[in-house]
Write a protein that binds this ligand. Structure first.
Ligand SMILES: *Cc1c(COP(=O)(O)O)cnc(C)c1O
Length: 367
């Protein structure tokens, strides 16, 4: 019996995505080993954050790096860095930023549940349409930063990230990229910084497969230096976003692994699993399965989109999603609509694609 089962919980096979709801991703042995080793000895945490940051920066071709407790925490800290970089005195004033540059420009079409973290710092949103002229007009002396939330494609309405960076850089305004789920491709670890973004934020617990409560802040050294005084183990705005020695070492091991990973083989596994699902389901009455690419976060990996005829199957897709969770073993699939759901191979362990395929055959056979 596993520890989860001892608590009355069933482990879940994740065919959904790197969603936090089901635990994000699984740490590979190298990450677990690094965390275990870190757990065995005390160390000066500030020195460790610096040393790990230097190493991650070097590996990811960035000027500087900082391990956060997740991309959402990174958004809070990056927002703070945008204020502190100009007004170091704001240190003890968060979230009361009336006297400082307290406006964050964000694009209406990129609004998402995570942008609340910008407001947590005390910044207010200036929500704009994605067009160069509109952006130019929105920048004032109060502008602290521009936030960009990519989804694979790098545009918002009529403006591209490259244009946003060019306009912001003219006025010395930092562009912060929330790239939480923008891995793969691995090149994104340096792409946004090379484009001229001040900071790029990544989840450590998604495709990087680092500790679930870790993240990376990559980019300009001056911005990263500005948050150290308010971050763990120091006191201030960042103190609640504590990162332990285990998470720091785990995040470093995850980056090292990710850079060496055979991404082509991984992509092949995802394509093969997707084809396996389609081949099994397409002969079934009232079921149509097809390749969907890129996935919901814009990552260049395929998913399998399953469309059903609820009349023929006698149930809607949301009932099927629940059936998969009630299945033995439990399988999380990605809900979509009354008539469709997705199977995402990116979080499957080798061999689990067979279990998922068999469950599909069992749950989707009308007769
Ligand atoms: C997942 C996600 C986050 C949050 O990341 P955590 O590492 O879980 O804090 C933030 N922004 C976007 C766009 C995400 O997809």
């Amino acid at each position: 019996m596993t520890n989860y089962e001892a608590l009355g919980l069933r482990p879940v096979i994740n065919a959904f995505a790197t969603v936090t709801k089901y635990g994000g991703s699984l740490m590979p042995p190298a990450v677990i080993a690094a965390m275990n080793e870190a757990a065995g000895a005390f160390v000066d945490l500030q020195q460790l954050q610096r040393a790990v940051g230097e190493r991650i920066a070097e590996l990811t071709r960035n000027e500087a790096a900082y391990v956060t407790s997740g991309a959402a925490a990174g958004i809070v800290l990056a927002s703070a860095a945008a204020v502190l970089n100009k007004y170091p005195d704001a240190l003890k004033r968060f979230p009361n930023l009336g006297a400082f540059n307290n406006e964050a420009i964000i694009f209406r079409s990129q609004r998402n549940p995570y942008d609340y973290s910008i407001k947590q710092t005390g910044l207010t949103y200036i929500e704009i349409e994605g067009a160069s002229a509109v952006m130019r007009a929105a920048i004032t002396a109060r502008t602290a930063c521009v936030f960009w939330f990519p989804r694979g494609d790098c545009s918002a309405d009529e403006i591209t990230l490259a244009e946003v960076i060019a306009i912001a850089n003219e006025r010395d305004i930092p562009v912060i990229v929330d790239a939480a789920a923008q891995l793969p491709p691995v090149e994104n670890l340096w792409r946004f910084s090379e484009m001229g973004a001040a900071l790029a934020l990544f989840s450590g617990g998604k495709d990087l497969r680092g500790p679930q409560s870790s993240g990376l802040m990559l980019g300009r050294r001056d911005f990263i230096e500005s948050i150290r005084p308010i971050s763990n183990p120091n006191h201030g705005l960042g103190r609640p976003f504590k990162v332990g020695k285990e998470e720091m070492m785990g995040a470093l091991a995850a980056v090292e692994r990710y850079l060496k990973l055979d991404h082509a083989a991984r992509e092949r596994y995802c394509e093969e699993s997707m084809r396996l699902f389609c081949a099994a389901m397409n002969p079934l009455a009232g079921v149509q399965a097809e390749r969907a690419f890129p996935n919901e976060a814009g990552q260049p990996l395929p998913r399998c989109r399953v469309t059903i005829d609820p009349g023929l199957l006698g149930k809607s897709a949301d009932v099927l999603v629940a059936d998969f969770l009630n299945h033995e073993p439990a399988i999380a699939v990605a809900p979509d609509s009354d008539t469709s759901f997705y199977l995402n191979p990116m979080t499957l362990e080798p061999g689990e694609e067979i279990i998922v395929r068999d469950a599909c055959l069992k749950l989707l056979s009308a007769l």
